[in-house]
Ligand binder design. Structure first.
Ligand code: GLU
Length: 488
């Protein structure tokens, strides 16, 4: 079979994880089967069209490294298909359905529809949705009404009896009674632009789409689409409705759970390969154990038979874990390039050499690139302001902490020329002398030098910072402590 799939976003909002998952699965499906992947911009809703959303689609694809295979221009770089450029084909299709008796012109005014809806909500009518008033107008009535309203909408004649049935690749047989399907939905609006249903079906047919992989929220529309294919006399593509993406609480993933748009993930410093790897596992698994996949590998290993029916849960911690792994895999040049914008945004200036030396200290600790300024700030500028209490280990008081830091000052001298093991040994001895734990010696030093309780490895950081600066910072910490004792 000639595999042809499409991703068909509406440019009305930012690309979110669910959409990215649909795009990725379609892309991988095509690649794994030697098929074609099409990008189709469903922009027929001109009121909701948002140019930033369109740009976001392009940016998302280029960031992820995913390419579509064809578009209307046969030469040069492909632009995607735009439904707004294909209006005549939808109009022709709507009229073809009128000809064959599957659709009709509806002259109802907005006022009339509003009254109808109001009556329905007040329970005065048992019908929900359009009451089909224009479905069986006589020719004379139609002509009279057309002279009053030359721009009627075109509605589909949803069959009153029977069922819409299809075999979903994942869900198996899906059946819906026609009487439960939207009564006579609009196919062509009065501005002669199609609605989603018409344009989607016409394009999937015209573009010879073989498989439609889309989110499960589209399942109710599919029943109607099946009826449209039947009315046109067209073969239906194979449908595959992908499992929902949920938050940990079992609710559909939304802003309440955290970042959902791809751009937010980019801004927070996730790597494209981590996002691709993690998103590929939202509803798909290669086997019970393998977790790491590059895009290249997925392009050959993806197999729609391994999709899950059950909803998938978006786990931010797991994504962080993947991201941390991919950050560790970056070579120095790439990592430097990746963290630079984050440092610049935080106003941290450093030479390439300084940063290169610092990379080994932070590489292991970063889960997201956005953490780089916090991890590096103390090396390249002043440490962050910290509350004096942060210096004081649990179960110790100010006086004991002063004693610790005074002891530490003596050990800073020559620290850079000693190995980490040797330094650790000396600090351990100091702790013994002071009858406390090693952690209670290192913790105040860490806060004094870095301004934070979590930092890159301490001895390495001090070596990079320089003993002198470290000593000055410990001095500042001692002053802070002493001032609380009134002993300045
Ligand atoms: N334009 C629809 C969307 O925004 C496409 C749904 C489909 O794939 O049929 O998701």
């Amino acid at each position: 079979m000639n595999v042809r799939v499409r991703y068909a976003p509406s440019p009305t909002g930012l690309q979110h994880i669910g959409g990215i998952r649909t795009a990725l699965f379609n892309y991988l499906f095509a690649r794994s089967l030697g098929g074609k992947f099409i990008l189709r911009i469903e922009d027929t809703d001109r009121e909701r069209f948002d140019p930033t959303a369109l740009q976001d689609i392009y940016d998302s694809f280029s960031w992820l490294g995913i390419h579509w295979d064809e578009g209307p221009n046969q030469e040069g770089p492909h632009s995607p298909y735009f439904q707004s450029e294909r209006q005549p084909s939808y109009e022709a299709a709507a009229h073809a359905l009128i000809e064959t008796g599957h659709a009709y012109e509806c002259f109802c005014t907005a006022d009339r529809l509003e009254t109808m809806r109001a009556e329905q909500t007040q329970g005065k009518s048992s019908v929900v949705g359009y009451d089909r008033r224009c479905r069986d107008l006589s020719k004379e009535d139609r002509e009279r009404l057309r002279s009053e309203n030359p721009h009627p909408v075109v509605r589909f004649k949803t069959p009153l009896e029977g069922d819409a049935v299809f075999e979903d690749l994942l869900l198996g047989r899906v059946k819906r009674k026609n009487k439960d399907i939207s009564p006579d939905p609009v196919l062509l609006k009065s501005d002669r632009f199609p609605t989603y249903h018409l344009a989607n079906v016409v394009d999937d047919h015209t573009m010879e789409i073989s498989h439609v992989l889309r989110a499960q929220e589209w399942l109710p529309s599919t029943a109607l689409h099946i009826l449209l294919y039947r009315a046109f006399g067209w073969e239906t593509p194979v449908f595959c409705h992908l499992p929902m993406v949920m938050g940990k609480d079992g609710q559909k993933l939304s802003k309440r759970h955290g970042a959902t748009s791809l751009i937010e993930f980019r801004r927070r410093g996730y790597l494209p390969e981590a996002v691709i790897n993690y998103v590929a596992l939202l509803g798909w698994a290669y086997d019970d154990s393998r977790e790491f996949f590059t895009l290249d590998e997925l392009e050959t290993l993806f197999d729609a038979n391994k999709l899950n029916k059950a909803p998938s849960v978006f786990d931010y911690t797991k994504l962080d874990w993947f991201n941390g792994n991919y950050i560790r895999d970056c070579d120095d040049t790439r990592l430097l390039h990746l963290i630079t914008p984050f440092l610049e945004e935080a106003g941290i200036r450093a030479t390439g050499e300084q940063l290169k030396q610092a990379l080994p200290l932070i590489r292991e600790r970063m889960k997201r690139l956005e953490e780089a300024p916090q991890l590096l700030g103390f090396l390249l500028g002043d440490p962050a302001e910290y509350p004096t209490e942060d210096l004081i280990p649990k179960k110790m008081d100010v006086a004991a902490t002063v004693e610790v830091l005074e002891g530490v000052l003596g050990l800073l001298e020559g620290l850079s020329s000693r190995s980490d093991e040797e330094n650790e040994e000396r600090f351990r001895l100091l702790a013994e002398q002071l009858e406390t734990k090693l952690g209670n010696v290192l913790m105040p030093l860490r806060v004094a030098v870095t301004g934070s309780k979590v930092s890159p490895p301490l001895f390495g950081s001090i070596k990079l910072l320089g003993e002198d600066k470290a000593r000055v910072r410990v001095g500042v910490a001692l002053q802070k402590l002493k001032s609380t004792l009134g002993e300045e």
